[in-house]
Design a binder for this molecule. Structure first.
Ligand code: AMP
Ligand code: FE
Ligand code: FE
Ligand code: ZN
Length: 288
């Protein structure tokens, strides 16, 4: 595969990454620095329920010559199943910001419930410590997992999810329920593209149909959670339904391992296809 850059040199982008604006461990500027060192030409910052890292990322990106794509990762529900949807190329931010503020406040309420439940399970952590770990960013289960590790209740994050925080575990609570169509509408109203995040082995034709019917624009084809077969199958669905392809590392700050920034080698051409789709939507005056 080539990045399609003139002169034959591959150009890679990364269209899925988290910073301290949600549950990543590096600041937005540090993520852009890492993107630059990894040789990426563009980086989408896609924090959970937050675009608060974008301004800092853009200013670092200007200094280093890395294009920053304004993005976000939303959680939607279909029954009890949680689906992640990336909003990429967001441009109309005021109304979006109102939605995100509400979603973050519901994350705060949920964290309080989780902390209460943990206490009743004999794995008490302090809410203040959880808030401190989360900092100014959107609070997520990874922050609570860290507090559980610090408190000596579990040996690592994985055990925190396996015993307490994961779906179906005793301290699990779902987030505020957006439907798939609602999440897509919020992204479209903000001028962005809605991309089905890491559909993996569940990215069946039916689920993709459902996402298209809800107005979805594209699928995350390349993701560290996907097998080689997933990637081939998802790319075929993208081609068949004329969706836009996307991909990224889902890096949360570690520059080693499967989620290292840039590790997915997403071609620049995919970003160009997305930019074209954004323009087409705008020309057609499509808002939903
Ligand atoms: P939340 O947004 O609060 O629902 O937390 C979801 C985040 O927790 C994901 O984006 C991952 O960063 C992390 N996560 C989810 N499941 C696990 C797991 N089993 N082990 C470690 N981290 C996880
Ligand atoms: Fe996360
Ligand atoms: Fe996700
Ligand atoms: Zn993510």
């Amino acid at each position: 595969m080539t990045g399609g850059a003139p002169g034959g040199m591959a150009q890679w982008v990364d269209l899925h990454a988290h910073s301290t604006a949600s549950d990543g461990t590096l600041s937005p500027a540090a993520m852009v620095g890492a993107a630059h060192r990894a040789g990426l030409t563009a980086l989408a910052l896609t924090d959970h329920d937050s675009i608060d890292g974008i301004a800092e990322a853009e200013s670092a990106g200007r200094a280093l010559g890395v294009e920053i794509i304004t993005g976000v990762e939303l959680s939607a529900y279909e029954g009890s199943r949680e689906i992640h949807i990336l909003g990429l190329h967001l441009s109309d931010l005021a109304e979006l910001e109102r939605h995100l503020t509400a979603l973050r406040s519901s994350r705060r309420t949920r964290a309080e419930r989780i902390v209460e439940r943990l206490a009743s399970l004999g794995a008490g952590v302090s809410l203040d410590r959880v808030l401190e770990i989360a900092g100014p960013g959107a609070i997520g289960r990874p922050h609570i997992a860290q507090a559980l590790v610090e408190g000596g209740h579990v040996k690592d994050r994985r055990e925190a999810f396996d015993r307490f925080l994961g779906a179906g575990r005793p301290a699990f609570f779902a987030k505020q329920r957006l439907t798939i169509a609602e999440a897509v509408r919020i992204i479209h109203q903000a001028g962005g593209l809605a991309i089905l995040a890491h559909p993996g082995p569940h990215g069946t034709r039916d689920r993709v149909h459902q996402f298209i019917l809800a107005g979805g624009d594209g699928i995350e084809v390349r993701h560290p959670g996907h097998s080689a077969e997933d990637t081939v199958r998802l790319k075929a669905l993208v081609d068949h339904y004329r969706l836009v392809p996307s991909g990224g590392s889902d890096c949360h700050g570690s520059m080693e391992g499967p989620r290292a920034l840039g590790g997915m080698q997403v071609p620049f051409d995919w970003l160009q296809q997305q930019a074209t789709r954004v323009r087409e939507r705008a020309e057609k005056g499509m808002v939903a």
